[in-house]
Design a protein around this ligand. Structure first.
Ligand code: GDP
Ligand code: MG
Length: 389
């Protein structure tokens, strides 16, 4: 039988961000190694974290690698996203749902374009707390590292992040078991424990979990995985899958987190929810699993949209009425047609109001954030204003 999950410490969702090759995955592996020596984690080596999308981790198909670990005071789920495009998408759609982020910057290379872009994105999607891991400190000239640190403080202050702790680390040397650099990882974790507060979780509201993946567990039924956005779900609850197609209603017969069973999943948890009597083809990624009647699918909505500048990775040219990009909303990815309000054209860098007609209905509500993408690039970030039937 599987072990039961014991909810003994506050749970937080964090993740690494930063320029490619600055050492995010190495650092993630190093954290699990250092904590495994204190019984706070299972060591997950680099090659098990650095997977391409759609590979499997403990039997669950994912497109971002989650690892879990515990410090003395907290339980963390940590995401390490495999590539830059995944960041942009997962951060804007909220798939990563970070309570805090570890910005990994190589002390040898300093601030690079994706460093800036991730800081900007973190601010835009509401990541309230950042801690800097100044990585590769084993190979860096300390005076150069001082300069990088000053520039980083400026960059973060520009985006409203104040008093950001900076910890000089070496993920690679800590992985190799070097005591000095093992201590640097402990200092980083202490900075995260102290600097990232436990978020307010909305538990007393109807349950909502965007469906990330659907899988079949032989002999048991259909399992849906995702991060619980709000509310709680208990064994025996009736839930409804909403969006993309006619909804199905079913009873929850199992809940797990990181392979451990739970009687109750709550906002902030990464959960796998087993449904009774549902076939795999009746539910899909992009739907939300919700308390019955609490969510509805919508095709048409108005939104405020920021068009990323070319420098931020956005378009080079204006958009006009009839523009048809992809809309990434939570875990959904659907085409839609844009009608501009009060203007014929809108340029990169502008913030505009639009009406969107989606190709398929999805669960929407005012205030919900989404990404606009075309050709694999994120070109806009929006917020839903009003929904129509
Ligand atoms: P990511 O793209 O940010 O996930 O970076 P990786 O973790 O894949 O690391 C990129 C490269 O930097 C690899 O060759 C690592 O071995 C190397 N690296 C990572 N951390 C360190 C470090 O602390 N010191 C040194 N010297 N090299 C590192
Ligand atoms: Mg990586």
């Amino acid at each position: 039988a599987k072990q039961a999950f014991v909810r003994s410490k506050p749970h937080l969702n964090i993740g690494t961000m930063g320029h490619v090759d600055h050492g995010k995955t190495t650092l993630t592996a190093a954290i699990t190694k250092v904590l495994s020596e204190r019984g706070g984690a299972e060591f997950i080596p680099f090659h098990r974290i650095d997977r391409t999308p759609e590979e499997t981790l403990r039997g669950i198909t994912i497109n971002i690698a989650h690892v879990e670990y515990e410090t003395a005071t907290r339980h963390y789920a940590h995401v390490d996203m495999p590539g830059h495009a995944d960041y942009v998408k997962n951060m804007i759609t909220g798939a990563a749902q970070l309570d805090g982020a570890i910005l990994v910057v190589s002390a040898v290379d300093g601030i690079m374009p994706q460093t800036r872009e991730h800081v900007l994105l973190a601010r835009r999607v509401g990541v309230a707390h950042v801690v800097i891991a100044l990585n590769k400190a084993d190979g860096a000239d300390p005076e150069l590292a001082d300069l990088v640190e000053l520039e980083l403080q400026d960059l973060l202050a520009e985006h409203g992040y104040r008093n950001v702790p900076v910890v000089r680390v070496s993920g690679l040397r800590a992985l190799a078991g070097d005591p000095e650099w093992t201590a640097s990882i402990e200092a980083l974790l202490q900075a995260v424990d102290e600097h990232v507060p436990v978020p307010v979780r909305y538990l007393d509201v109807p349950f909502l979990m965007p469906i990330e993946n659907v899988l079949t567990v032989t002999g048991r039924g259909t399992v849906l995985t995702g991060a619980i956005e709000r509310g709680t779900v208990r064994l025996g609850d009736t839930v409804e899958a909403v969006g993309l197609r006619d909804g199905v209603t079913a009873v929850v017969t199992g809940i797990e987190t990181f392979g451990k069973t739970m009687d109750r999943g709550e906002a902030g948890d990464n959960a796998a929810v087993l449904l009774r009597g549902v076939r795999r083809d009746q539910v899909r990624r992009g739907q939300v699993l919700a308390a019955p009647g609490s969510q509805r699918g919508h095709r048409r909505f108005t939104a405020r949209v920021y068009l990323l500048t070319t420098a931020e990775g956005g378009r080079r040219t204006a958009i006009a009425n009839g523009y048809r990009p992809q809309f990434y909303v939570r875990t959904a990815d659907v085409p839609g047609e844009v009608t501009l309000t009060g203007t014929e054209l809108a340029l990169p860098g502008e913030t505009i109001e639009v009406t969107v007609d989606l190709g398929k209905p999805i669960a929407l509500e005012p205030g919900l954030g989404f990404a606009i993408r075309e050709g694999g690039h994120t070109v806009g970030a929006g917020t839903v204003l009003t929904t129509f039937t």
